[in-house]
Ligand binder design. Structure first.
Ligand code: HEC
Ligand code: HEC
Length: 673
């Protein structure tokens, strides 16, 4: 019975192989002719090189011959070398702290790795399996691409706000140019002439001509206009995770979020995924082709309902440019777009195996996609149809391949990190219907630079840096225990709906909160950002030293911004020495109340004893403050100058400061780490 079927499959497979063979032969011929013309030599000249293609930085790249894959394991400070066909990890090589992206030399012998928290780019000798050199281009190097001739490396320094050009041979930093506030993803045209940089939080695309590193332009991804139905995609573009040029080099695709800041934060109405397309010729976005949920990004489930996807992290194109594969890091899905057929999503692999997929690379023959799952440290293989005509579909191919020998996080911290980044509702009971994760607002555990609308009034998304060292939680200090976030989980993320917040947390759910807390308490989960305003050797500048004296002296800042954490909120404890919302001695009115702030009646978890009066706030820490604009609970101060200029004597003692002293104070604030 099975035989005829088998036979049929065998035949059709061979047919398609034959077709592929013919196509390959035809294109090889064309290439050979082109090469011959270009070189002006005989037809049967030297070996034919494959046409250069655009490149992007990624946590996973392939060797020039496509046989090996290299993966940056951010958590274990290693790079894995994988034999793609054998599905085997050949080597795991130790590198600096938090490797994020890699590039490969033309001969495939050297890897260049950005190590974000080590502040380095590292040269790895693949054969020897060790680091052979280092450059220190800036604070938190993130993206990296190599020029087509292999001679230069371009690196984005996330905190320094710069792009560095580095000589691949000598490891010398040749040039540094300013590139927005948080440069992150990089894409380089096939000819190596133009470099695109994503300014991550602000969703700007900056273009450089690489010969001079002169800036060619900056374009802002548009906001998607408000629509009546608040469950439909709308909002401000932010957090651009990846940039990819199409194979023809004509468009640049960007994977990012849209955040709706003007409707009260509610599940299903604040965060939306999007893929935007910038026209390379004009440098401007083609807003008509933006792919959003409910529009082009729409795959229905078996009940005819749209399947929700979230947090796009990468995009890869088929070599012929007919298909785009988009990776959804939050909901852990792969979406396939048919670019010849109106560009809508034609297929989705829902809930891929592996946790928090962030990068992909395609095999040279276009038949396999390798997906890097950064939280489960494994590689998912997806097989792709030979061609459009086969009507084939992408399919998960086998079990994921484990990339590391051992995790640096313990099991509880690992669970916590996985929960933090996951919007996959099958795995994460915090995330309702695959909409969002903690990281959808706290990007990388930090800020998203946006102020959301809440029942209490506008609320600036705070950073999670030092969240457990800074006393009470929330701008109004209305939470004292991490399980109080059940209110965030239920109201904003649509999860844990069966939990009664007024009751003790059920043990199985308590475990999840404990895991999240264990992860967020790790000192290197989200380290305090180093300040780019300090001197080259990391010291306070002279102006900042003068500012520090003012801060601790006549400006009287230190009365509230006290202790190591620079907040007195750590003193808001009860009799047993434990933090309590009942201790309101350390809430302050510093004259910053906004018209739309309201009193807070408290919540079920706090037994309604955590009532708050509008205008009284918990002192925020100032460590790493340079990186968290805008400021104040309602985001009403765009800069640190604005905070001080508004302060008068209600907020510290600033009325008697000269302009020069204000500048010194600001210099200090920008350098607090
Ligand atoms: C929809 C966006 C959004 C999501 C999703 C979100 N948060 Fe928040 N978070 C905020 C905003 C806004 C505030 C400030 C609210 C306030 O003070 O009233 C906040 C405050 C916090 C704070 C307090 C920081 C401090 O020092 O006071 C912590 C900690 C925190 N969130 C952690 C989390 C965790 C953990 C998750 C996931 C379980 C999460 N958040 C999900 C937007 C979000
Ligand atoms: C009486 C206590 C108190 C004193 C004194 C004080 N602060 Fe504050 N500070 C606060 C509170 C409370 C907030 C939060 C206000 C809000 O969000 O609306 C705050 C907010 C800030 C912020 C914004 C932080 C952020 O994350 O948005 C900065 C910057 C700041 N203070 C700097 C200073 C400086 C500089 C001084 C001295 C001139 C000072 N503060 C004196 C209590 C104080």
């Amino acid at each position: 019975m099975a035989l005829p079927q088998y036979f049929y499959r065998y035949l059709s497979r061979n047919k398609s192989l034959l077709r592929r063979g013919l196509k390959l032969a035809a294109s090889a011929m064309a290439l050979a002719v082109l090469a011959a013309i270009a070189a002006g030599c005989g037809f049967f000249g030297d070996k034919v090189e494959s046409a250069p293609a655009p490149v992007s930085g990624s946590s996973i790249v392939a060797s020039p011959d496509g046989k090996l894959l290299y993966v940056a394991n951010g958590d274990t400070n290693t790079v894995s070398v994988v034999d793609a066909a054998e599905r085997k990890v050949v080597k795991e090589i130790a590198v600096g702290k938090e490797p994020r992206e890699l590039a490969v030399s033309k001969d495939g012998k050297t890897l260049y790795v950005t190590c974000r928290y080590a502040g380095s780019v590292e040269w790895v000798d693949v054969d020897e399996g060790r680091v052979i050199g280092t450059a220190k281009p800036g604070i938190e190097p993130f993206g990296i691409v190599a020029s087509p001739d292999g001679g230069r490396l371009y690196v984005s320094n996330y905190r320094s706000g710069t792009v560095s050009v580095i000589d691949a041979a000598t490891r010398k930093v040749l040039q540094q140019v300013k590139a927005g506030d948080n440069p992150r993803a990089l894409a380089l045209t096939a000819d190596g002439g133009t470099l695109y940089v994503s300014d991550y939080l602000g969703a700007r695309t900056i273009r450089f001509r690489t010969d001079t590193m002169e800036q060619l332009g900056i374009s802002q991804l548009a906001a998607s206009p408000d629509v009546k139905d608040q469950k439909k995609s709308q909002g401000i573009a932010n957090t651009v995770e990846q940039l990819r040029l199409t194979p023809d080099g004509k468009s640049l695709w960007e994977a990012h979020l849209l955040t709706n800041t003007d409707t009260p934060i509610q599940f299903e109405e604040v965060i939306f995924p999007a893929l935007s397309v910038v026209d390379v010729g004009s440098g401007a976005e083609d807003t008509k082709v933006r792919k959003e949920l409910f529009k082009a990004m729409d795959v229905k489930d078996k009940f005819g309902k749209t399947t929700i996807v979230s947090n796009p992290t990468d995009i890869v194109f088929s070599p012929d440019g007919k298909k785009a594969y988009a990776l959804m890091g939050g909901s852990e899905d792969l979406l396939v777009f048919d670019l010849n057929r109106g560009g809508r999503a034609s297929q989705m692999i829902h809930h891929l195996p592996g946790d928090y997929p962030i990068g992909m690379v395609m095999s040279t023959d276009g038949r396999e996609l390798y997906i890097h799952n950064s939280n489960s440290h494994d590689l998912t293989y997806v097989s792709l149809p030979a061609s459009d005509e086969d009507g084939g579909r992408a399919q998960v191919d086998g079990k994921p391949l484990r990339l590391i020998a051992s995790d640096r996080l313990n099991a509880q911290q690992r669970l916590g990190k996985t929960l933090f980044y996951s919007a996959n509702s099958d795995d994460n009971p915090f995330a309702g219907n695959n909409w969002m994760s903690c990281a959808s607002c706290h990007s990388d555990g930090e800020v998203d630079m946006l102020t959301l609308t809440t029942g209490k009034g506008p609320r600036n998304v705070p950073s999670n840096v030092l969240a457990f060292e800074t006393g009470l939680f929330m701008w109004d200090g209305s939470r004292d225990d991490f399980t109080d976030y059940i209110h965030t989980v239920q109201g904003e993320m649509g999860g844990l709906s069966d939990v009664d917040p007024a009751e003790p947390m059920p043990a199985d759910k308590q475990k999840l909160f404990d895991a999240l807390e264990a992860y967020m308490r790790m000192p290197d989960a989200f380290p305090v950002p180093q300040s780019p305003y300090r001197t080259a050797d990391g010291k306070l500048t002279a102006a900042a030293e003068r500012g520090k004296a003012l801060f601790e002296g006549k400006a009287q800042c230190i009365t509230c911004h006290a202790t190591d954490a620079l907040t007195d909120s750590v003193k808001a404890v009860g009799k047993g020495g434990k933090l309590t919302t009942a201790n309101t001695d350390y809430l302050h009115d510093v004259g910053t109340v906004s018209k739309t702030d309201t009193d807070y009646a408290g919540d079920a978890r706090g037994n309604f004893t955590n009532k708050r009066v509008r205008g009284l706030y918990d002192t925020p820490t100032l460590r790493g403050i340079y990186a968290t604009a805008p400021y104040l609970h309602d985001g009403s101060a765009a800069t640190l100058e604005d905070v001080i200029k508004r302060a008068g004597d209600e907020h510290g003692h600033t009325s008697e400061l000269s302009d020069m002293e204000v500048q010194d104070l600001v210099a200090y604030l920008k350098q607090i780490e």
